[in-house]
Write a protein that binds this ligand. Structure first.
Ligand SMILES: Nc1ncnc2c1ncn2[C@@H]1O[C@H](COP(=O)(O)OP(=O)(O)O)[C@@H](O)[C@H]1O
Ligand SMILES: [Mg+2]
Length: 249
């Protein structure tokens, strides 16, 4: 096996959150109108992982545990505050619903825009075009503005774009949950295909069934830290045990 396609060492991401809520009536009356303090929050702490080509890794954990932050750091959308990140090849994928799509442009123009953002010249995008439109099942809707799409349509286009360009590291953050059963199955088949061709797939999901089917390895995050990283069955069992304990089962 060659060098890992994703390697992180001691990765940390700190967010600073300024509370910009409107002052409450009570605060106005008590004259507490000083600036709201900045809160610091480590969304990722000391994350050290290595992911090989052709590996499929599921990422699980409670809301706010840092799953999306990890994917966005790997994708280069945001920068880590600490630690090292090495990505060998292109990392791309689907993050939030229709994120990355421009609502004013048609689906077709969005395909060219996404391609350009990934560094592909129009001629290359044209080669992928039919496959993307076909996979998205948008039909004639590919030529109307994305702002008129349902969330399912936006998701289908975003996923079709992400999967067809086949980056070396394909990142998928939850989004598939809103797709209908038919598209979900098709999407998971496509993810497996991409993985079998040698790309690494990193998928966040709350659906343990989907994770089990696609990912032999699972990474469990809590409060930005890696709780467990190992065989899917083992890690999922521990996670479900914890969730059960929290709910008094
Ligand atoms: N852009 C941001 N600015 C400030 N805080 C953020 C930002 N993105 C995420 N966070 C915070 O970082 C933590 C981890 O968030 P996230 O990675 O989205 O968790 P998950 O995807 O596991 O639900 C949360 O506490 C969240 O509020
Ligand atoms: Mg998330």
């Amino acid at each position: 096996m060659g060098a890992p396609v994703v390697e992180t060492r001691g990765l940390g991401k700190e967010f600073r959150v300024r509370h910009e809520r409107l002052p409450s009536v009570k605060r106005l009356f008590t004259g507490l109108l000083r600036r709201f303090p900045t809160e610091r929050l480590w969304a990722l702490q000391d994350v050290s992982i290595a992911i090989a080509a052709g590996e499929a890794v599921g990422v699980i954990g409670h809301n706010g545990s840092g799953k999306s932050t990890l994917l966005r750091v790997i994708a280069g959308i945001i920068r880590a505050t600490r630690g090292e990140l090495i990505v060998r090849g292109r990392a791309g994928g689907l993050f939030e619903l229709a994120a990355g799509l421009n609502p004013e442009l048609s689906g077709r123009d969005n395909i060219f825009l996404s391609g350009a953002l990934m560094g592909y010249p129009p001629a290359t995008v044209r080669r992928y075009l039919d496959a993307i439109i076909d996979f998205s099942e948008l039909g004639q809707f590919v030529d109307v503005p994305v702002k008129t799409y349902s969330s399912g349509m936006g998701l289908r286009l975003g996923f079709a774009i992400a999967i067809t360009f086949e980056p070396e590291v394909l990142l998928v953050d939850e989004v598939l949950a809103v797709a209908d059963e038919h598209f979900q199955r098709k999407a998971y088949r496509a993810l497996r295909r991409v993985q079998q061709r040698g790309s690494a797939v990193v998928m966040v999901s709350h659906e343990m069934k989907a994770i089990r089917e696609l990912c032999p390895r699972v990474l469990w995050l809590e409060q930005g830290r890696v709780v467990a990283d190992g065989p899917a069955e083992e890690v999922i069992a521990r996670y479900l045990e914890r969730v059960g304990a929290e709910n008094g089962a």
